[in-house]
Design a binder for this molecule. Structure first.
Ligand SMILES: O=C(O)C1=C[C@@H](OP(=O)(O)O)[C@@H](O)[C@H](O)C1
Ligand SMILES: C=C(OP(=O)(O)O)C(=O)O
Length: 442
C-alpha cells in the first residue's frame, strides 16, 4: 500500500489514546505460559507482534479466551508446556528471543522460524547461552533462524554468561524463563556495552510483580530465584514509543498534543520523549488524573524554532527513527549517538534513515554509532519502509513538513499499531481529536 501521508497546514493539535505497550504485552503473555494459574490482560496490544506472541504461547499449550472487542484476554497455562510445535517469530524480536528459553521447558522439540528479515537479526549469543545451560539447540551451524530447541520438560539452570551488546533482549529472555529453572539462574552480561537497559528493568519489575525474587548483586549480573510465577490481572500501559510520533507532531508544528493514560512511573523507553522534546525546545507538562496515571501534554515551539540536539539514545534506541525525523525538521543540527545496535533491529535502521532522508534531499551522515542530521530544505519523494513499523512513523513525521510525501508498504506499521495511518491522518487533517477510540474502558 502506498500511503499519501498528510503534511500539516498549521499546528497539529488533539488528544491521543495509543494502543497497549508491545514490550509489556509480550512479557505478560510469555509469563502467562509459565504461571501457576490464569492471567488476565486488560487492554493488551492487538497487533502483529502481540498476535505472534499469542500464537507462540498457544502452540506451547496455553488456552486463550478473547473478549469480542479484544479489550481482555484470559490465558490459562497447561500443566506441562507442549513440544512438537512450530513457532512463527515473524519479525518480532520479543518472540525470537523470549520464547526459546521457555521452549526448553516443553516436553519435545519446538521449531522456530520467521520472516526472511528475521534471519539476519542477532540471536547467536542467546542460543550459545542456552547450549551452555545444557539445552539442545539445532541451527545447522547457522546460529540463526530457523532453529529447533529440544525441550525435555526441565532445565536445571545455574550460572551462565551472555554477551548482550547486540540486544538487551538476550538478558530479558533468560531472566523471564529463569524462575522455572530448577536452580533459578545467575546471569552475567559479558560484553562491553549493554543497550536498552530500561527494557531490562522492565523485565525485572514484571518478574517481581509476578512474585519472583530477582536481584542485581552487581552491575551486569542478575540472580533469579527458582519459584512460582503468579497468574495476575494486568492493566497494560499504553505504548509510549507509539505515542512518540504524535508528540513529535506537536513539536514539529507548534501544536499541542495530549496523550492520556500516561503512567506516572514506568520503565518504558518512550517516557524519555519528555526529556528529548524539552531539549529540542518543546514544552512538556504532566498532570496526574487518577491513581498512577495522567495526561502528558506537549506544545511545540513556534514554527521555525525547533532546535536540534546532541542526544545519546543508547538506552532508548527504539525512539531513534522518530527523533531523526523530527531532527530533520529542526532549525539547527542534531547528533544521535550510542545506537550502533540499531543495525540489527527490524532492518539496519541507521542505513534506512540515512537512505530515506537523503532521498528527500536531507543532509544526513551515518557515524560509527549514530547519525548527524543537518537542517535543510526537503523535497517530496516516495519513502521505503523496510518492513519496519518505526520507519513508517519516521516517514509520517517527515511528511508533516514535506507536502507530497508518499510512504511505501505503510501497512507494515501493523507490527505495533495496525490503525496508525487512519489515526495519524485524522489527527493531522484536524478531523478527530482522538487517535484511537478507547476500548474496554473501566
Ligand atoms: O525488550 C524489549 O521489549 C525491547 C528491547 C529493545 O531491544 P534491543 O535491546 O534489541 O534494542 C527495544 O529496542 C525493543 O523495541 C523492545
Ligand atoms: C526494535 C524493535 O522491535 P523488536 O521487539 O522486534 O526488537 C522496535 O519495536 O523498535
Amino acid at each position: 500500500m502506498v500511503w499519501a501521508a498528510p503534511a500539516s497546514s498549521g499546528p497539529v493539535t488533539g488528544t491521543v489514546v495509543v494502543p497497549g505497550s508491545k514490550s509489556l504485552t509480550n512479557r505478560h503473555l510469555l509469563l502467562a505460559a509459565l504461571a501457576d494459574g490464569p492471567t488476565t490482560l486488560h487492554r493488551p496490544l492487538v497487533s502483529r507482534d502481540a498476535e505472534l506472541m499469542l500464537g507462540a504461547v498457544q502452540s506451547l499449550g496455553v488456552t486463550v479466551e478473547r473478549a469480542s472487542d479484544d479489550s481482555t484476554w484470559v490465558l490459562t497455562p497447561p500443566q506441562q508446556l507442549r513440544g512438537e510445535s512450530t513457532i512463527d517469530c515473524g519479525l518480532a524480536g520479543t518472540v525470537l528471543r523470549f520464547v526459546p528459553p521457555v521452549a526448553a521447558l516443553a516436553d519435545g522439540p519446538v521449531h522456530f522460524d520467521g520472516d526472511e528479515a528475521a534471519r539476519t537479526r542477532p540471536v547467536a549469543p542467546l542460543l550459545d547461552a542456552l547450549a551452555a545451560l545444557g539445552i539442545q539447540v539445532d541451527h545447522g551451524g547457522r546460529n540463526t533462524l530457523p532453529f529447533t530447541v529440544s525441550g525435555t520438560g526441565r532445565v536445571s539452570g545455574g550460572e551462565v554468561g551472555v554477551d548482550a551488546s547486540a540486544s538487551s533482549q538476550f538478558v530479558s529472555a533468560l531472566l523471564l524463563a529463569a524462575p522455572r529453572f530448577d536452580q533459578g539462574l545467575v546471569l552475567r552480561h559479558t560484553g562491553d556495552r549493554l543497550p536498552s537497559t530500561p527494557h531490562i528493568e522492565m523485565t525485572v519489575q514484571t518478574l517481581r510483580a509476578a512474585g519472583v525474587q530477582v536481584s542485581e548483586p552487581e552491575p551486569g549480573v542478575w540472580r533469579v530465584a527458582p519459584g512460582p510465577v503468579r497468574g495476575q490481572r494486568i492493566d497494560v500501559e499504553p505504548d509510549l514509543s507509539t505515542a512518540a510520533p504524535f508528540l513529535a507532531a506537536a513539536a514539529a508544528t507548534g501544536g499541542t498534543i495530549r496523550v492520556t493514560g500516561w503512567p506516572t512511573h514506568t520503565s518504558q523507553a518512550g517516557d524519555q520523549m519528555r526529556h528529548i522534546l524539552t531539549t529540542m525546545g518543546a514544552q512538556v507538562e504532566f498532570t496526574e488524573t487518577a491513581d498512577r496515571v495522567g495526561t502528558l501534554t506537549v506544545t511545540g515551539p513556534p514554527a521555525g524554532e525547533l532546535r536540534g540536539a546532541d542526544l545519546d539514545l543508547h538506552d532508548v534506541g527504539e525512539l531513534t527513527p522518530v527523533v531523526a525525523a523530527l531532527a530533520a525538521l529542526a532549525a539547527t543540527p542534531t547528533r544521535i549517538r550510542g545506537v550502533a545496535h540499531l543495525r540489527g533491529h527490524e532492518t539496519d535502521r541507521l542505513h534506512a534513515i540515512e537512505t530515506e532522508l537523503s532521498r528527500l534531499g536531507g543532509e544526513v551522515t551515518q557515524t560509527d554509532d549514530g547519525l548527524e542530521i543537518l537542517p535543510g530544505r526537503l523535497y517530496p519523494g516516495a519513502l521505503e519502509t523496510y518492513d519496519d513499523h518505526r520507519m513508517v512513523m519516521f516517514a509520517a513525521v517527515l511528511a508533516l513538513g514535506v507536502p507530497g510525501t508518499e510512504v511505501l508498504n505503510a501497512q507494515t506499521v501493523a507490527k505495533t499499531y495496525p490503525a496508525f495511518e487512519q489515526a495519524w491522518s485524522a489527527l493531522v487533517l484536524g478531523q478527530g481529536a482522538t487517535a484511537m477510540p478507547e476500548r474496554g474502558a473501566g
